[in-house]
Structures are given as C-alpha cells and as structure tokens.
Design a protein around this ligand. Structure first.
Ligand code: NAX
Ligand code: ADP
Ligand code: K
Length: 541
C-alpha cells in the first residue's frame, strides 16, 4: 500500500527527515534530481523549466542544472532575478544554477514565453507546489494558459501548478500535465476532484532512503492499494461445499417503480460467488423479478399502496435474515415508511449487513439529529457496510458538503468514528472510491467513467454481498475485503469499456464480466485485461 498524505503531514515528515540528518536543502537537491530523471526518460533535446517564487521553483532550478549537465539544452523562466527570490532555499539553488550554462529568462512577455514553449520538447512546470492556495496571481495565469496551449509534453513537479494539494480542485487556470513527479509521498489532491484529470501519470520519488521507517509517524489520509495487496485477500472456495454453505445472500430490494435494481444486485451477488441468492421484494413487483431471474427464488413481502415495502414486511424480513450468510438491503426500495421499518429491523439483527442506495436514505432520515443518534448502528457486533455515493454520504453525514474524494473521506470518517467498530466500513463511491474503516482509509484501483451509468452502484453492492457471503472466516480487514470488491467492479468497467466502447456500457454489461474481472484483479487490474483478452482468444482458437 502506498500512503497518501495531506500537505501538513508532508511538512511534518520533512521535519522528521531533517531531524534524522537530511536537511531541507538536501531534500531539494534530491527532488530536483528525481524530477530531472523523469524528464530525461522522455529523451528531450530541449527543455524549458518554468519556475515560481517558492521551493517548488527551487526543485525546478536544481532539475534545470542537472539536465543541462547531461547535455540537454535547458532554458529556464523565472518571474524575478535569482537574488530576488524570496525563499532562501530556492534563492540559493537559483544563484548557483544561473552562474552555469542554463539560459535564464527573467519575466518574459507572453510572446517570448510562447516562442520558448514551442521550441521545447518537454516543459517542466515548477511554478506552484503545495504552497499554493486560492486563485492564481499574476504573472502566472498568463504563463499557465500559454503552457496549456503551446507545450507538447508537460512534467509538473510535485503537483500541477494551480491544483490544490488538499482538495484536488483546479484553479482557473491550472497546468494540465502529462506526468507529475511528486515528492516524498503522493498528495491527496492528485486523486481527488480534478486531480486525476490535471496530473496525468503520477510518479512518486521517495527521496529519502529511510522513509519507510518514518512514514508511520505521520497521519495518512489514505492508503493507495496496489495489486500485491489484493493477492491473498480471497481464499479459494473449498470443494466440499453445497450451495448454501458456499455462501448465501438475501437481497432486500426493489419496488414497483424500481424492480430492476433488485435484479441487478441479485445477479451480481451470484456472479460474485454466492451459492444461493434470494430476493425479498414487495409483492407488487415480485413476479416481475421472478420472471427476470430464473435462478433466484423471489419472496413476496407485504407492500404499501405505492408498491414499496409495507410496515408488515419488517417482521417477515427480520425472520428471514439470519438464515443467510449476509443481507444486502436497499437497491430500489424507495424511502417509504415501511422501508424505514425494514432497515431498522435489519440493523437489530446480527447478520452481516450491506446497506446501499435507499436503505441509506432511510437511515439518513432516521438520524436527522446526527448519525450517532441511532444506537442500533453502533451497538451491532456483526459487520455493517454502507455504500453511499457522494449525495447519499452527504445526507448521512448531516448535510456535510461532499463534492470530491477529500471531503468524502472526511464525511465517511465522521460516521465510522462516531462509535463504529472495526466491523463498520463506509464505501464512499465516486470517480475514486474510498473504503473507510475506523483505523484506515483504503483507495482501491478506480474504474473508468463508463461506470457512471444507472445501476452500476447496484452491481457493486451485489459484488460486495457475494464476496462477503463467501468469506469463510472473519477477514483480516473488512475495508480490505470491500476494496477487493471495488477493484472487481472497477475491472468490470475497464473490461466492459474495452468490449462495448466507453460510451456504451450499461450496468447489465458489468454483471457478465464479474468472472473475468476477478481474474483481472488477481493479475493486477491494468495488466489483467491482457490476461483476459489472451484467454478469450485461446477459447476462440
Ligand atoms: N520543504 C521541503 O523540505 C521540500 C519542499 N519541496 C518543494 O517545495 C514545494 C513547496 O514549497 P513552498 O512551500 O515554498 O511553496 P510553493 O513553491 O508551492 O509556492 C509558494 C510560493 O508561491 C507563491 N504563491 C502562493 N500562492 C500563490 C497564488 N495564489 N498565486 C500566485 N503565487 C502564489 C508565493 O509567492 C510563494 O512564495 C513542494 O511542492 C515541493 O515541490 C521539495 O523541494 C522537497 C523538500
Ligand atoms: N467518473 C467515474 N469514474 C469511475 N467510476 C465512477 C465514476 N462515476 C461513478 N463511478 C462508479 O460507479 C458507481 C455508481 O454508483 P451509484 O451512483 O450508486 O449508481 P446507481 O445508483 O445508479 O447504481 C460507483 O461504484 C462509482 O464509484
Ligand atoms: K508544480
């Protein structure tokens, strides 16, 4: 796992490194060296380094010096003479570099800058780093727009200039990079909101060899999951099982308006490994679901006048629940009064519970005075997994603003920290999804935007349920198990986009790709696609 830090933690880490004997001046040399190595790998003949006033610019001056030494022609643009650079560390390296062979251009006009950009094979963006916030001040807006319009290949140092390292929100303008060479540890802003779009490929330079010993001493906002972290999460299903002991799921879902959600979730749970899946749905839509899912028993529960669960459904569902390895509740149920009854009843059972979609909206309505006003939530011993998208998460967290990954993590933490046990996980869904547990936040590999399609969340909920149901023993970590399910969902999106085209994926496509997606996760999501394609070709031949 790769830790992701907030700026404050990065600063603290730099202080700790300094205490261990590596000064900030040395770190700047190492940062410049790392950035230069990333630029050199792109084989440029001519490089333009664009610097600002702070230490991010300092990294750029060091990189310029190193690249020039390697025989590459380097031009460097600075807003002020080296002697006038306010940051002492950056001033020092700027004075040194200016005395050597790099061509230094101070405060160029827009036209001069454009001419330089057009002559260069790689442009290094060292204008603003983690010290940036607010709106971009002159002269940088003109510079950044010129870079975006005229540079062919841009490497940003630490973070694209104009991107907020905490929130990932891009200022107008913000450098749009092809690659970002980030220092010491990845910043949350590179994965949140606009970050992925502006940062391009992110490569991290650890800079300090003893980093792994120090990194545990600062707070991690999240851990990025790598393929190797998922290798041993799932155990093989033993041969001596029957359909029940293999793992069973009760899907509490559907209404007359949304019967499809129940079908998607139930089918996904079966494809994700459950040996036995039942659906309990309001009697008004049970027949429809039954016809669509020949392998799934559908139990009809009392309905209200509008085709949602009626109040009498509660006792029936609470009685059924303990017969299954886990219960998934919520897809398509609506937030009618009877559904609130059903959700409360399920919270009182001791069966592993996955709450999705309208079950979360019911919960939000019941905990309007704060999520901790519902003791049933926190008294539970059995696992509770909630899978809100940003809007549902905002409602659950009492209206907190949830717009991107960073604020989603904050909101999810307020929920699990309100008294949750290690059995509670909030899977905060979005372009990047976070599996938030009491102790840590995991970021599984994200899928493509093709996943932003109606019903895709129902499929994820089904995958989680199928995986939870087939887990024989208490997993080492529920958030890691959920991350596995998210990785499988992401892989279905990658595989579906490859076969249907990224514009045409619909949720039902994802379900039939769950099997291959497991193989992709085992092989490392990106490489996995090759494995799946190869085995498909073999089959055809
Ligand atoms: N502190 C350290 O030990 C290390 C820092 N490093 C680099 O240092 C960077 C952080 O350096 P700084 O804290 O000096 O900050 P930055 O260099 O990111 O930016 C600060 C400078 O930008 C200007 N600025 C700030 N907000 C602005 C705005 N809204 N519009 C226009 N200009 C603005 C200010 O003049 C300020 O001097 C990191 O991103 C990284 O690249 C690396 O050298 C590694 C070691
Ligand atoms: N831009 C995106 N890139 C990658 N994944 C996305 C994107 N937008 C949404 N997703 C994923 O798609 C799923 C959508 O879930 P949800 O909003 O609950 O859909 P629904 O309610 O229609 O089933 C989530 O797993 C989410 O992480
Ligand atoms: K930068």
């Amino acid at each position: 796992m790769k830790p992701i830090l907030e700026t404050e933690a990065v600063r603290r880490l730099e202080d700790l490194i300094e205490q261990e004997g590596t000064s900030k001046a040395e770190l700047m040399e190492l940062a410049g060296e790392f950035a230069a190595s990333i630029v050199e790998a792109r084989s440029p003949k001519r490089v333009l380094v664009v610097t600002g006033f702070g230490n991010n610019g300092g990294d750029g001056w060091v990189a310029a010096d190193i690249l020039q030494h390697k025989g590459i022609h380097v031009d460097l643009v600075t807003p002020v003479e080296p002697d006038e650079i306010p940051s002492p560390l950056a001033r020092h390296v700027a004075r040194r570099t200016a005395g050597r062979d790099v061509t230094v251009i101070v405060g160029p006009s827009r036209d001069e800058l454009v001419a330089l950009l057009e002559k260069s094979d790689v442009v290094v963006d060292a204008i603003l780093g983690t010290g940036f916030s607010g709106t971009v001040r002159a002269p940088f807006p003109i510079w950044i727009r010129a870079i975006n319009e005229h540079a062919s290949d841009v490497v940003s140092i630490d973070i694209p200039s104009g991107l907020n390292a905490e929130t990932g929100k891009a200022a107008d303008p913000c450098v749009s990079a092809d690659a970002t060479a980030t220092m010491i540890a990845t910043k949350i802003g590179l994965y949140s909101a606009d970050g992925p779009e502006y940062a391009g490929e992110v490569v991290c330079g650890e800079l300090y060899s003893g980093l792994s010993e120090l990194i545990g001493e600062v707070d991690h906002v999240a851990e990025f999951i790598e393929a190797s972290d998922l290798e041993t999460v799932l155990k093989e299903i033993p041969s001596a099982v029957n359909k029940y002991s293999r793992g069973s799921v009760l899907v509490v879902a559907g209404s007359s308006t949304y019967p499809g959600a129940a079908m998607l979730a139930a089918k996904a749970a079966a494809r994700a490994g459950a040996g036995y899946v039942s659906v309990v749905a309001p009697e008004t839509c049970a027949n429809l679901i039954r016809m669509a899912l020949p392998t799934v028993p559908v139990i009809a529960a009392p309905a209200d006048g509008r085709g949602s669960f009626g109040a009498a459904a509660r006792s029936m569902i609470v009685e059924l629940a303990p017969k299954y390895s886990c219960v998934l509740a919520g897809p398509g149920i609506t937030d009618a009064a009877g559904c609130m009854q059903v959700v409360t009843g399920l919270l009182e059972t001791e069966v592993p519970l996955i709450l999705d979609a309208d079950a979360l909206n019911c919960l939000a309505r019941m905990t309007i005075d704060g999520i901790d006003s519902m003791p049933e939530l926190y008294r539970r011993e059995a696992p509770l997994i909630m899978t809100p998208h940003h809007k549902e998460l905002s409602r659950l967290a009492g209206g907190a603003s949830v717009e991107e990954l960073a604020s989603a993590i904050d909101a999810a933490r307020t929920i699990v920290w309100a008294g949750g046990s290690s059995n509670m996980v909030v899977v905060a869904k979005g372009p990047v999804t976070a599996a938030v547990g009491v102790e840590r936040v995991l970021l599984p590999p994200a899928g493509p935007a093709a996943l932003a399609t109606a019903g895709s969340g129902d499929v994820l909920a089904g995958i989680i349920a199928g995986i939870v149901a087939t887990t024989r023993e208490e997993p080492e970590s529920w958030e890691l198990l959920c991350s596995y399910a998210v990785a499988v969902h992401s892989a279905t999106g990658i595989a579906a986009a490859a076969s249907m085209g990224p514009r045409s994926v619909i949720a039902t496509d994802l379900i039939d790709l769950i099997g291959p997606a497991f193989d992709m996760v085992e092989a490392g999501v990106e490489d996995g696609l090759d494995v799946v394609a190869a085995s498909a070709e073999e089959e055809e031949a």
